[in-house]
Each structure stands twice: as C-alpha cells, then as structure tokens.
Ligand binder design. Structure first.
Ligand code: SF4
Length: 519
C-alpha cells in the first residue's frame, strides 16, 4: 500500500511568522507531528510519502503514485483540507481524514471515504483491519483514551527537515484543569497521560541521528499537567542533554502554577528550556472565575510571570477579550498587564466558542451561537457568538489593543524589560560560528530596527545595556527583537480583516432591525 500523507495549508496567523522565517531561510515553524505519528502507527510494510503544503504543492507524480491519501489538520486549516479531499477524489483516490478538525466536526469531512477520528493509537488499527478486508469506506471512533506509552517514535525521517524552524515532540496529552473554552480537555481528557522518559529520549535520539540541532517544541498543551512524571523526565533529559552537548533548546506550554514550583523551573532551565507559553487570558479576576480558569486566580499573575522570567524562562502568553460579564476597557487592562509583567510575545484573540467545549454547550442552550461555519477561528475572525457587551465595542478594543501591543517602540522596550532580568541559561552548548544566513538575518534586523526606523534611539541603548548588564542573553534578546518584523505586518492584517468583517456584521444587523416583525 502506497500512502500519501498531506498536511494542509495554514492561513496567516499569529504564529505563522512568515517574515521571521524568511529572514532565517526556513519555510515553516513546525512540522506535522500528528501525521508522522500516524505513519509510525500504520503498518511499516506500507510505503509513505509526506507533503506539507505549507512547504510545497503535491506533484502530479505523487498523486499518481498513491493508493491511499491521508489528510489531517486543525480547524484553522479547514479550507485547504477540504480542497485536498476534493483534489484526491477527483483523481479517484481512496481518502482518509483524521486529526482535531475531523474529530470535532466529522459532518464537514464526509466527502472522504474513511474518517479516522479520536486517538489514532486505537482507531488506526481499526482502519487497517477494514482496509485489509477490502472495505472502501468507514468511520472509526473511540471514547477510550489510550496510554501514550504505546505510541511509537514518529517517522521524523519523512520530513523535509531543512524547511522547518523547530521540530515537535510530545510528552503528554490532556490537562487537569477545566477552562470553559478549552477543546484540549474535550479531545484528550482531564487526566494527563505521559510517555516514559526512556520513550521520549529515544525520540530525541532519532532526531539527533537525523542531524537535527535546533529548537524542539514540546507540543503538550500543558507540559506540567503531571508534575511528578515531568520531573522524572527532566532528571533524565538533563543527563541526555549534557552527554550530547546540548544539541537542542526546548520551548513548551504550561499552566501558570509553574511559577509556584522553583524545582520544576530549575529542572527545565537545566535541560535548556528557553521559553514557555502561558495561558493567562485576562487580568480580570471575575472573567477568570466565570470561565473556570481558577488556577490563574490563586496568586498574583504579575508576580508569577516575574518568577518565571527570573528563573530563566522567557514567557509567551495568550490573552482573550470578550468573556461574559466583561467590562469596557478590557483591552487597556490587558495592555497594562502585558507591559507591567514584561511579556514580549502576547498572543491576543477574541473569544471563540470551539465546537463541543463547555462554552459551546452553554451558548447553544442560551441560543447565542452565530452561524459562522465559513470561519476558521483564527485571530483575524470575529466572535462566533453574541457576547454580553456589544460585539462592535469588543472588536474595536481588540484592534486597538493589538495595534498598541505591537507598536515597534512599545515592543522593543517590553523585550528589553524582560531580558534585562531574564536569568542567563546555565547550559553552555559548545561555541559555533554563526552561519551566513544568521549573519544576514542579524544585518537585516540591525538595518531595519537600528538604522532605518525611528526605533534606532531605543535599539542601541537597549542593546548596549543588555550587553553590559546581562550579556549571557544578548543573542536570544536580538532574536526576539526580530520577531517584531512579523507582528508589525500581522497587526495590519488583524485591523483590515476585523474591520471588514465588522462592516458586514453591522450592515446585516441594521438590515435585520429594519425588517418589520412578523405577527
Ligand atoms: S490550562 Fe490550558 S490546556 Fe488546560 S484546560 Fe485550561 S486552557 Fe485547556
């Protein structure tokens, strides 16, 4: 059986980082970990080719080669995912789909022959059995949450490694918390399931043998969901990293209670973790309680972020506007918080109700969901439900907040205030001469931020201050300064797209109001 795995295109999002990738001569931030895991679970006597459409198109020869096409993606990739099903069907291929989008909205992908839903460790063997019996369609589901200790090493060898900025790896699935808007706990449950340390180290061995030597993103939605097991892993990982001379730097996502565990932060930093994404959502305590994000109300969020920075982990954080009961000025309060806490990368969205979440169920009962089936739910789409305050006010605050957060000078200063107190990394990989690509990227950043734009009056004093007071972080500091090249473009996309959707929304609301009521 010849299997063509296709990963659909992402639209431009907060994380797509085109401008940065261009600078460092890469095409995509992260690889399709789900698809290469699928390829590892399926029979190894089958043959595989993988095309990440964020890198290139499928060639006609690849379409012709395939007996079976497997496509997987997230809701945000839905437009291209549906287009790829159509392209495969047009060529008479058997098509199977899986992944978070198909699992959440199977009715939208029924044009595929096979729907392999939920977790592949259970449903992929069901699919293989059906194929071996000669079946040509079917839907495979399970309520069971499998142990991830049985998950094989993903087929990293199928990737075009040079195209990616970071590699992905997964240690756990699931999260113990209960945030109302979260789909992770719907898809993967509230009991975190972890791999064994040996299993994860084998995956790192595989990446190492393939020649990977850059960042590895630990994709777990909450890396510290099972603190005991994470500490066991980190103790082993620390030895592995030292023995291999720190070939990888890691980033991950974690809940804010990380700040309350100095031992855990120290272990992470000693393994060469450099950054952590925190779901802060809002500094408004009532909104946090209303959305059941109680873990963020237990201690001061600003102090928690400060502890994380001082431990040596650069924070990235997610913020949301549009919670029920929210008072006017939520955007300004978020700006104030981001500035005070010195969070360089603040991902900011309007609240979206994702299908099957507790929020979705509640809004459905309250008849507040809007028909937005055309939307893909990224940061440039209007809310998909009627909020408790005017949608226009929320959208305008959102645009303004995004604009202010990523003003070139505001951003540069915020990065500086974070890095001046960021603890220097204790791990010292052997010195390597920077590549020509890195030197070119550095020259472009210096030209744009230190000479061409009026940020020059901040760029040089801030850089000299970092070199003088915290020299161990200067290279990471400049890398994060460079990220503003993406955000400066992205804030314009946010403004244009939200304003045009708002115009359509307001026109439709006015039309509705003018219609005479039927008696
Ligand atoms: S902490 Fe994050 S992953 Fe966990 S339930 Fe809340 S939003 Fe979801």
């Amino acid at each position: 059986m010849r299997v063509l795995l296709i990963y659909p295109v992402f639209p431009k999002t907060f994380w797509s980082y085109e401008k940065i990738l261009e600078l460092v001569d890469r095409k995509v931030l992260l690889p399709p970990l789900g698809l290469i895991t699928v390829a590892a679970i399926l029979p190894q006597k089958w043959e595989y080719k993988l095309v990440d459409r964020n890198i290139r198109n499928v060639t006609e020869a690849e379409w012709q080669w395939a007996d079976l096409v497997i496509i997987s993606g997230m809701i945000v990739q839905k437009n291209d995912l549906l287009a790829q099903i159509a392209a495969a069907k047009q060529r008479g291929k058997l098509v199977a789909v899986g992944g978070p989008y198909a699992t959440t909205l199977p009715q939208e992908v029924e044009s595929a022959d096979f729907l392999i839903l939920d977790e592949g460790e259970i449903t992929l063997p069901m699919f293989v059995e059906a194929i071996e019996k000669g079946e040509t369609s079917g839907t495979f589901r399970t309520q069971e949450k499998p142990s991830v200790t049985i998950t094989p090493i993903p087929r990293y060898d199928l990737l075009e490694l040079d195209a990616y900025d970071s590699m992905s790896i997964q240690f756990s699935r699931g999260c113990p918390f209960q945030c109302e808007f979260c789909d992770i706990i719907v898809l993967y449950g509230r009991k975190p399931r972890t791999k064994t340390p040996e299993q994860l180290l084998k995956e790192l061995d595989c990446l190492y043998q393939l020649g990977w030597r850059r960042t590895v993103f630990m994709v777990d939605d909450n890396f510290i969901g099972n603190k005991r097991n994470v500490k066991l892993l980190l103790k082993e990982l620390k030895i592995w990293q030292a023995e291999h001379q720190y070939p990888f730097s890691f980033n991950t996502e974690a809940s804010i209670d990380l700040a309350a565990d100095p031992e855990l932060m120290e272990l992470m930093v000693n393994c060469n973790f450099g950054a952590v994404f925190l779901g802060i959502e809002t500094p408004d305590e009532e909104s946090l309680e209303f959305t059941k994000k109680f873990q963020n109300t237990r201690s001061s969020l600003t102090e928690s972020v400060d502890k994380i920075i001082r431990a040596g982990l650069r924070p990235m954080a997610g913020f949301i506007i549009g919670f029920d009961g929210e008072k006017k000025g939520a955007g300004d309060r978020i700006i104030k918080f981001v500035e005070e806490a010195a969070v360089p990368t603040a991902m900011f969205s309007m609240l979206q109700a994702l299908p099957n979440t507790a929020l979705w169920e509640r809004l459905q009962k309250e008849e507040r969901l809007l028909d937005t089936s055309e939307q893909d739910g990224n940061q440039t789409t209007l809310m998909n439900f009627t909020p408790t305050r005017s949608i226009e006010d929320i959208a305008r605050e959102y645009i303004e907040t995004f604009w202010q957060l990523y003003d070139a000078k505001v951003y540069l200063n915020r990065v500086y205030r974070c890095f001046i107190k960021l603890k220097e990394p204790p791990c010292k990989p052997p010195f390597q001469f920077p590549s020509l690509v890195d030197l070119r990227a550095l020259a472009i950043v210096i030209w744009r931020q230190g000479i061409k734009r009026d940020t020059r009056w901040l760029f040089w004093p801030n850089l000299f201050s970092i070199l003088k007071h915290n020299p161990g972080v200067w290279d990471r500091y400049l890398t994060i300064c460079a990220h503003n090249e993406h955000f400066l473009e992205y804030r314009q996309i946010v403004r244009q797209q939200i304003e045009s959707q708002l115009e359509v929304f307001l026109a439709a609301s006015q039309k509705k109001e003018k219609q005479p009521e039927l008696i």
